[in-house]
Design a protein around this ligand. Structure first.
Ligand code: IPM
Ligand code: MG
Length: 392
């Protein structure tokens, strides 16, 4: 092959690569300039934006909002908390505007403090839909929600894991900017920055310290993805030095997926800290032990904004088969627990968590099966609110 053969293709690829690196360097500078976390207690009014999303999203988000409004009714009456509907994060509108998050929707999101968001449909290459970026991924990046925190609990097995997934980097940072260099050669990119690894590690170790958890497990594939995963490990270890009471251990992502099914070992994991993609995969696997992804919620935390959502997708099949009303709202209710905790209502968060544990694991007066053999989403919401009332 002469160097001239692919000259144009290589020049074009280098230009694209340069643009990616420039935008990532700008992001690094922004991270360096960033201050501390917003103090919600200093706000006169806290605004909670609510986006229903697609598929079963509006159904399960409505239930979570209803429970949140029930728990925050005094704060709402006093004007301390406001719920604000944000429309337009639907797949139809995103396709019409040709953007993962249309500009007007983004402006509305940025006018809130925290967001309760239902699952959104992500177009996949070859699906016939335009290649727009996932709304989740775009929101995490636009609002700089760098930590995705995913708790999983199976009380009878002693499982109580909190997964800290880095949320703005790795394979997701420029996941829609990969390209075909020639018709034979394709390239995607994975990104790690010192600032990005440091801030997620700090949050995970702080969480472990505050909750008296003495172990953090790092998950990478640093044996193969040597530079980016290698740096992530190094940066996490540097943070770990400031937490001498906490033991840090390292796992490769493949063996971690195996150990999570090992009943003798798995209960000993506590905090699991990982780059974006491994966190995505491991958190679905972890949620399966608790009853499936439908039962798991998560917090996406940044310094200025935070967003709370289910860990699963929009389940369009359930809607097509007319089963949306039977969707399990537990993921969005668990997300509501994390929202309450994040805005400083730990007592309310604890009560809702207790009510959910009673409804989903202990008393189980209603079960959700995803079809007409089980309760509806709304009936389950009522059950949770009845349980909350009986707790107080
Ligand atoms: C999640 C989801 C998203 C992700 C998808 C919908 C883009 O799987 O929140 O885990 O990969 O992060
Ligand atoms: Mg996922």
């Amino acid at each position: 092959m002469s160097t001239e053969t692919y000259k144009n293709e290589l020049d074009l690829a280098c230009d694209k690569f340069r643009a990616i690196l420039e935008s990532q360097l700008k992001r690094v500078e922004n991270m360096k300039a960033q201050g501390g976390f917003i103090d919600y207690s200093a706000l006169d009014t806290l605004i909670i934006g609510v986006c229903g999303g697609d598929g079963i999203g509006p159904t399960i988000t409505k239930e979570s909002r209803r429970v949140l409004e029930f728990m925050l009714k005094d704060e709402v009456a006093k004007g301390k908390v406001v719920f604000r509907d944000i429309d337009g994060l639907t797949i139809e509108n995103r396709i019409a505007k040709g953007k993962a998050i249309p500009d007007d929707v983004l402006a509305e999101l940025k006018a809130c403090h925290v967001i309760l968001k239902g699952p959104t449909t992500t177009p996949q290459k070859g699906s016939g839909m335009p290649n727009i970026e996932s709304a989740n991924v775009a929101m995490r990046k636009e609002l700089d929600l760098f930590a995705n925190i995913r708790p999983v609990k199976v009380p009878e097995e002693g499982i109580n894991w909190t997964i800290f997934r880095e949320n703005t980097e790795g394979g997701y940072a420029v996941g829609s900017s990969g390209f075909n260099v020639t018709e034979d050669l394709a390239c995607d990119f994975t990104i790690t920055t010192k600032q990005g690894s440091d801030r997620i590690a700090r949050l995970a170790y702080d969480y472990a310290r505050k909750n008296g958890l003495d172990r953090v497990s790092l998950v990478t594939k640093a044996n193969v993805i040597k530079t980016t995963d290698g740096n992530f490990l190094e940066d996490c270890h540097a943070v770990a030095k400031e937490y001498p009471e906490i033991t840090t251990d390292e796992w490769y992502a493949d063996i971690m997926t195996a150990k999570l099914v090992d009943k003798k070992r798995r209960a000993s994991f506590k905090v699991i800290l990982c780059p974006n993609l491994y966190g995505d995969i491991i958190s679905d696997e972890a949620a399966e032990f608790q009853g499936g992804v439908g039962t798991a919620g998560c917090a996406n935390i940044g310094k200025r904004y935070a967003m709370f959502e289910a860990i699963h997708g929009s389940a369009p099949r359930m809607v097509n088969e007319g089963r949306a009303i039977y969707a399990d709202p537990c993921s969005m209710l668990r997300a509501a627990v994390m929202l309450l905790s994040h805005i400083g209502h730990q007592d309310k968060a604890d009560r809702l968590e207790r009510a959910l544990d009673i409804c989903a694991f202990e008393e189980k007066r209603l079960t959700i099966t995803g079809r007409d053999t089980g309760a509806t989403c709304e009936q389950f919401g009522n059950y949770v609110m009845d349980t909350l009332t009986s707790l107080s």
